[in-house]
Write a protein that binds this ligand. Structure first.
Ligand SMILES: *Cc1c(COP(=O)(O)O)cnc(C)c1O
Length: 357
């Protein structure tokens, strides 16, 4: 892949465009085809298609690798899990994304893999656990505890042990962190979240620097069958064009509002790494406070998911499969791009209604 001299906030606008020729459209249109006349670049849409390729070109450029998109983040995650040899050891974070954590546990329970769980912010323990590992699965910051790994040290520890190293970069996005540039083998995205950014589609991506690894991942899409539609790829690329602006605004909102939250008497703890667009809070009044807050907000939306233009919040343990290491009253906040004053006024008025505050 050719490296570009442009910065990421320019590349989100320019990457994945068709060649500039008279009458060519600026962006690849929706090409709704399952099959193509033989003998050209495309054959069958599970293997690749023009709108899919445009999105892959853009995501690959931003992450400094070659992207393969899937019909959801979980489909992409399963494609990588499929690469682990029978009985291979997987080392994964204690509070990884719920779907990933549960799926790895399932694979361990049926004997398909062996599984060791670690805290990604405990580098020494993680290094010890990597011995003999086939795959080191990293997420940083973690969902929803916002633990931050020393990513370069963890990646090196995985490689010293001979493991393939994956980083789930859904939270940080390539605007804030580019794991392939510090040695990771595989980057995972839930494109559903910030990359597409408008809460209107499901999609995943795997990005690899190595071409042989990319081929193996592509074969997983062909055989597992989790290919996204041309329409969704078009929407995702359209959403991606504003990624830099959205992240910048959402990050400003997160910084400003988490600072205010830390001083509210109903809030006992704010988890915010100091950067990024996601935070989590806990309450002096526990679960009843958490639930009342989710019911009382009017601008914030009580809904799961994250990374969209709209600010969302939810108590994570309302999901039965959420890890028990997540506090019962923890409410995750996904900052959108609304006005910071409006967002804080809405949160504060809901918090002020809690008894004794
Ligand atoms: C949402 C999410 C996933 C799964 O993606 P889907 O598109 O919902 O299948 C994986 N990792 C993280 C960190 C996520 O937030």
């Amino acid at each position: 892949m050719q490296e570009s001299p442009w910065s990421p906030d320019t590349l989100v606008v320019t990457a994945g465009r068709p060649a500039a020729q008279p009458d060519a459209p600026l962006n690849t249109p929706i090409v709704p085809a399952s099959t193509f006349h033989a003998g050209g670049a495309w054959e069958y849409a599970r293997e690749g298609a023009p709108t899919t390729a445009a999105l892959e070109d853009a995501i690959g450029t931003l992450e400094h690798g070659t992207a393969t998109v899937f019909s959801s983040g979980m489909a992409a995650a399963n494609a990588v899990m499929d690469l682990v040899p029978a009985g291979g050891l997987v080392v994964a974070p204690s509070a990884a994304y719920t779907g990933v954590a549960v799926r790895l546990r399932e694979l361990a329970d049926i004997g398909r893999i062996r599984l060791t769980i670690v805290d990604v912010d405990d580098t020494d323990r993680l290094r010890e656990s990597c011995s003999g590992a086939a795959l080191l699965w990293l997420e940083s910051p973690t969902n929803p505890l916002l633990q931050v790994a020393d990513l370069a040290a963890c990646i090196a520890a995985g490689h010293d042990a001979g493991a393939l190293v994956l980083v789930d970069n859904t939270f940080a996005t390539p605007m804030l962190q580019q794991p392939l540039t510090i040695g990771a083998d595989v980057v995972l995205h839930s494109v559903t979240k910030a990359l597409s950014g408008h809460s209107d589609l499901l999609m995943g991506a795997i990005v690899c620097a190595d071409s042989a690894l990319t081929e193996r991942v592509r074969t997983r899409r062909v055989l597992l069958g989790a290919a996204p539609s041309a329409f969704d790829c078009y929407l995702a690329l359209r959403g991606l064009r504003s990624l830099a602006l959205r992240i910048s605004r959402a990050q400003d909102n997160a910084r400003e509002i988490t600072a205010s939250l830390a001083h509210h008497p109903a809030v006992s703890r704010v988890r915010y790494p100091g950067w990024g667009t996601i935070a989590a809070i806990e309450f002096t009044g526990g679960v009843p406070f958490a639930e009342k807050l989710c019911d009382s907000v009017r601008l914030w939306v009580h809904a799961t998911s994250l990374g969209g233009v709209e600010s969302l919040l939810e108590r994570r343990r309302r999901w039965p499969l959420e890890s028990p290491v997540v506090p019962e009253d923890l409410v995750r906040l996904s900052f959108g791009i609304e006005n910071a004053g409006d967002l804080w006024a809405d949160l504060r008025s809901a918090l002020d209604q809690l008894p004794g505050t």
